[in-house]
Design a protein around this ligand. Structure first.
Ligand code: 5GP
Length: 226
């Protein structure tokens, strides 16, 4: 009776630095087969443990700028005042058309660019329970220089001011609880009326008439009132 749109949903997850976004997304992906995580391009260097084509496609600044010129990105941004990050247009378009829901793990500027182009995008912001938690997580990660840490804090404070531009905010105080909240958001989004392509309902008079006949009522016209 209801025909839903075949096209998958585009979902953006952003969050402050060290909000535990990575862990939440990993768990979300494990639990949901129809979700695809888009792999971004970046001009930043590869960190220990990262893999090309899995965490990011790592390219030089020049290669990234060539891709900008060839209009290969759905969005892109300069992040932490130093490196480019961008979402590949072709891959995301193909996945959505095949009916997959596509998850973009991107920051606020990119999220805004996508929202302007595709207003039906679902924008979710993940927050750490407090800035004290962020501080602890940055220190325990111990992979960055003092300057990088300062830039991350500055970006985190700026990003918090952008939360009103998102549709949903999820506090990550416990990973499984945060994932369940995101799943609930995705389920309710699928039930939105604007995701319905067509409502096909049988002819009312014929349907009721046939029903009454089946039930062994007399077969006079049910729409005639004495
Ligand atoms: P990191 O260097 O820690 O992996 O990522 C830094 C920031 O870049 C994160 O906030 C992440 O969400 C964002 N990011 C990753 N990929 C993209 C992308 O394709 N576009 C945009 N705009 N931001 C991205």
């Amino acid at each position: 009776m209801l025909k839903q749109k075949k096209q998958g949903s585009l979902i953006i997850i952003s969050g402050t630095t060290c909000a535990g976004k990575g862990t939440v997304i990993e768990e979300l992906m494990k639990r949901n087969d129809n979700l695809s995580l888009s792999v971004s391009y970046t001009s930043r260097g590869m960190r220990k443990g990262e893999k090309n084509g899995i965490d990011y496609y790592f390219v030089s600044k020049q290669e990234f700028e060539e891709k900008i010129e060839h209009d290969e990105f759905l969005e892109y941004a300069m992040v932490h005042q130093s490196n480019y990050y961008g979402t590949p247009k072709k891959e995301v378009k193909e996945l959505l058309e095949s009916g997959k829901d596509v998850l973009l793990e991107i920051e606020v500027q990119g999220a805004q660019q996508i929202k302007e182009k595709f207003p039906e995008t679902i924008l979710i912001f993940i927050m750490a329970p407090s800035m004290e938690d962020v501080k602890k997580r940055i220190v325990s990660r111990g992979q960055e220089t003092k300057e990088q840490i300062i830039k991350r804090f500055q970006t985190a404070y700026q990003e918090i001011n952008e939360i009103p531009k998102y549709n949903y905010v999820v506090v990550n105080d416990e990973v499984h609880a945060a994932v369940s909240k995101i799943e609930a958001i995705l389920v309710s989004e699928k039930c939105r009326v604007d995701r319905i392509e067509e409502i096909a309902v049988e002819n009312q008079e014929e349907f009721i008439h046939e029903f009454l006949m089946d039930q062994d009522f007399d077969n006079s016209n049910p729409f005639e009132i004495d």
